[in-house]
Design a protein around this ligand. Structure first.
Ligand code: AR6
Length: 176
């Protein structure tokens, strides 16, 4: 499923983000940038040790912010590591922090002159964010960003399973 915003595209796909050929893929990292389970583990396994070497030099990343490294052996040239919030009931600023994680990643992409970026469903795995609400925030943030930034051409959401894809598709339909 895809929609056009301005001159840009928002695309939903089901799959493994480590296979993406976008200029950057986004990692759902932790604030120490030391790797972990889920998509973080998959990206470091597929991309090789140069990504972790750069993460160690950077040192860390606050929740809601993002940093950029090489893509190592991935097809993507860069990995943007962002840290989504741990969901603790929704009253600890989680929505603002999740929005900020997406926005910080998008800003790094345009600051680096990148044309395409692929996101996983940040915070919806280990960090426990309710899926439909996380999808709505992810899509609203990307749509708003493309309305203001014509230099970014493609924002892909690469969703690991059918349940996550369906949640994003259900929310995206509400924006059409
Ligand atoms: N491609 C795309 N999506 C994936 C992949 C993949 N290869 N693998 C998993 N997902 P999670 P979080 C999906 O837990 O909730 C790590 O330990 C997964 O199905 O990876 O932000 C970090 O180090 C889910 O939909 O990230 C942090 O400590 C989504 O990616 C913590 O987990 C996010 O799930 C971050 O937790």
């Amino acid at each position: 499923m895809q929609i056009e915003i301005n001159q840009g595209l928002i695309v939903l796909a089901e799959g493994d983000i480590t296979e993406e050929e976008t200029d950057a893929i986004v990692n759902a990292a932790n604030s120490r940038l030391r790797g972990g389970a889920g998509v973080d583990g998959a990206i470091h396994r597929a991309g090789g040790p140069s990504i972790m070497a750069e993460c160690r030099r950077i040192g860390g990343c606050l929740t809601g912010q993002a940093v950029i490294t090489t893509g190592g052996e991935l097809k993507a040239k860069h990995v943007i590591h962002t840290v989504g919030p741990v969901y603790r009931g929704g009253t600890r600023g989680e929505a603002d922090l999740l929005r900020s994680a997406y926005l910080s990643s998008l800003k790094l992409a345009t600051a680096g002159g990148l044309k395409s970026i692929a996101f996983p469903a940040i915070s919806t795995g280990v960090y426990g964010y309710p899926l439909a609400e996380a999808a709505r925030i992810a899509l609203a943030t990307a749509i708003d960003y493309l309305r203001d930034h014509t230099d970014l051409e493609v924002v892909r959401f690469v969703l690991f399973d059918r349940r996550t894809y369906d949640a994003f598709a259900g929310e995206l339909k509400k924006f059409i």
